[in-house]
Design a protein around this ligand. Structure first.
Ligand code: SF4
Ligand code: SF4
Length: 229
């Protein structure tokens, strides 16, 4: 299989995973609504493949727009993860301590937000999709996630990273800026070196599913597995 065919296959697979995630989350009574956007900050994360997905799916002016917005945001401080979800799973398996990473919404709003609405909503990365709450965050000052929903989002984070193993993970806006400079790695296909503030994606070492959710998530895990195969 050529790199182009392989790459298109990964892009389509990612779209199917997003669709499955949205369906799985529709089972929960989330309070999230249009123009509720306190969760839309400069701290969202993504994989390199997710950036490529956005670039593939957007056309014309929308595509030009994603090249301009990250720089327009101008925040100097953004959440830059030191490890990926699968990196965290690996650290837990190996009994290594992991540092709590600082992440503050006051560092700034996401530059893709316009009048409280996401301008790239259909193609937004999983890091945005997983932000949900059963009560409006503005009321409580935090997101309320049912425990099972949290497990399911973690499973999806692990698979989306796994799909792009060999690629990179980092702050969404940083990755967009790197992509613009053509130094973003997806699936290890472009094979570029280390970029500051960006972390390599890993394959799943083990799924982080609490014992009480193993049965409840079994079919879902099989469905994601069959999409990825
Ligand atoms: S996660 Fe919170 S701020 Fe974001 S849409 Fe849902 S309720 Fe609103
Ligand atoms: S990309 Fe869209 S959904 Fe994600 S944080 Fe920005 S405005 Fe919100």
């Amino acid at each position: 299989m050529t790199d182009i065919i392989k790459f298109n296959k990964f892009i389509n697979t990612l779209g199917e995973i997003y669709a499955l995630f949205d369906t799985a989350m529709a089972e929960f009574p989330f309070a999230c609504a249009k123009q509720c956007s306190d969760c839309c900050t400069c701290n969202v994360t993504a994989t390199g493949l997710e950036i490529a997905y956005i670039q593939h799916r957007l056309k014309g002016r929308a595509l030009d727009d994603i090249r301009l917005r990250p720089a327009r945001a101008g925040q100097s401080r953004r959440f830059r993860p030191l490890q990926t979800t699968n990196g965290f799973a690996l650290a837990c398996m190996e009994g290594r301590d992991t540092d709590e990473e600082e992440n503050d919404p006051s560092w700034g709003i996401c530059p893709f937000l316009e009048d409280g609405i996401c301008t790239i909503y259909p193609v937004r990365p999983l890091g945005c999709r997983v932000m949900m709450s059963t009560t409006p965050c503005r009321q409580t000052g935090q997101a309320d996630m049912p425990f099972l929903a949290l497990t399911i989002t973690t499973i999806f984070m692990q698979f989306v990273e796994h799909l792009d193993a060999g690629g990179v993970y980092g702050n969404f806006l940083d990755l967009l800026e790197h992509a613009e400079n053509n130094i973003l790695d997806c699936n290890g296909l472009t094979g570029k070196g280390n970029i500051s503030g960006i972390t390599p994606n890993l394959k799943i070492p083990a799924l982080m599913i609490p014992p009480e959710h193993v049965e409840k998530t079994r079919n879902l895990v099989q469905s994601i597995g069959s999409i990825i195969r």
